[in-house]
Design a protein around this ligand. Sequence first.
Ligand code: SF4
Length: 477
Amino acid sequence: MCGFVGMISSTPVAAQIGLGMQMIQHRGQDAAGIGTWDDRRVHLVKGLGMIPQAVPEQAWPTLHGNAGIGHVRYPTAGAVSTAEDAQPFRTRSPGILLAHNGNVTNVPEVTAWLRDQGHVVLSSCDAEPILLTFACALTNRRPAGHTTEDVVAAVREVHARVRGAYSVVAIVEVDGQPTMVAFRDPHAIRPGVYGQSSSGAWMVASESVALDVLEIEKRGDLPYGQVALLRAGQEPVLIPVSEGQPRHCAFERIYFARPDSHMEDGRINRTRWLMGRRLAREWRERGHEADIVVPVPDSSRTAAMAMADELQIQHRDGFVKNRYSGRTFIMPDQASRDAALRLKLNPIREMFEGRKVLLVDDSIVRGSTMRRIVGMVRALKPESLHIAIFSPPVTHPCFYGIDMPTRAELVATQFEGQDLEVALTTYFGADSVTFLTQEGTRAVLGPNLCDACFSGDYVVPVSEAERSAIEAERRAG
Ligand code: SF4
């Protein structure tokens, strides 16, 4: 999980990139960086931590140039973050500045090919193999003076060699002009949007909220199977590079993206509302009853409101989320783990005591947090406690850029072969557990969907060796 903001303008861009990045800080808090393109020179500031630590505002005036890229990082592979792994990355010959969001599944294969071409990968960040493959493909065509045709050929080479899910933004000189180049993997699994300001500047970003803060009008999602070449004050150039069916990440819509973001199929807030309504109908068919709907904050708020609306019962905030608690580390005993959860999420007693409660959450992955939440709520003596999840059970890990545990750590795998809703009702200590069905999810999200973590249907094949390598890295992290 990562996020990027790229901009090309006729005036300096660092401050606007910094503002846009703050709208997508939720996409990564481990590292951040801004690189700018200043008449063939690159200025780069990056480091560990959130934006204020990694790229403090005082550094922005030193980042000269009318084009640039900002990035926030949350590693999904590669154990511990180092400043070297922070993005964006650059090459000197040819001069390219690049960042991406996603996960490359065949890093060893790409690295071996790059080694044969005389390139050494120095970091453990998978942006570097993408950058070097792109750079290598450009220089194999000609050493300098790259053209639009060279860029199209280089993106085709990236698509042919680099497997996984990735949305990429790069700054490179094309046809003698600084150009922002943006493209997604052939299935457009990871998101990306582009838009233009009233002054003619172009911005690309992982989520549309980065454009909103600067009042830049969204022109569209980065089109799948095409590369976009953007220059300040000019119309975008969109060129087909590969064929493939779009399969956008379902989890972005359910959990990861901000509710005020707009992706291919609509506003995230609206999508979650529709999922909540659909889940309410499926929940009601099972004959359950409740007199209050309570979301587990924050991403389930909209779906919980929709459930309450559909079921014609009250919706109330039952938890206060502590925005200032920071990270909690693995605690050695149950009492400390409970304290860590309360530090993040404290229940409001009156919302639960003596009531028939319907608790709504976005997903169940490990199940440990939900189990502790149920324990905490049970202590407040509700008359009954039902759980509704507005996604299907997570049964398979994600290899496409969302940070998830290994398959063995998913709570669904512990109860394989059993009725999962019944098994989890007992495991959590609830009165019932209901998941939104796969049919219900597809009915809302449409057919152009990656739902591999719910179905095991991986649109980009991942070999056993690649799965083992990625899972080993996760265990090491
Ligand atoms: S496997 Fe799940 S989390 Fe990963 S890209 Fe597909 S839908 Fe998103």
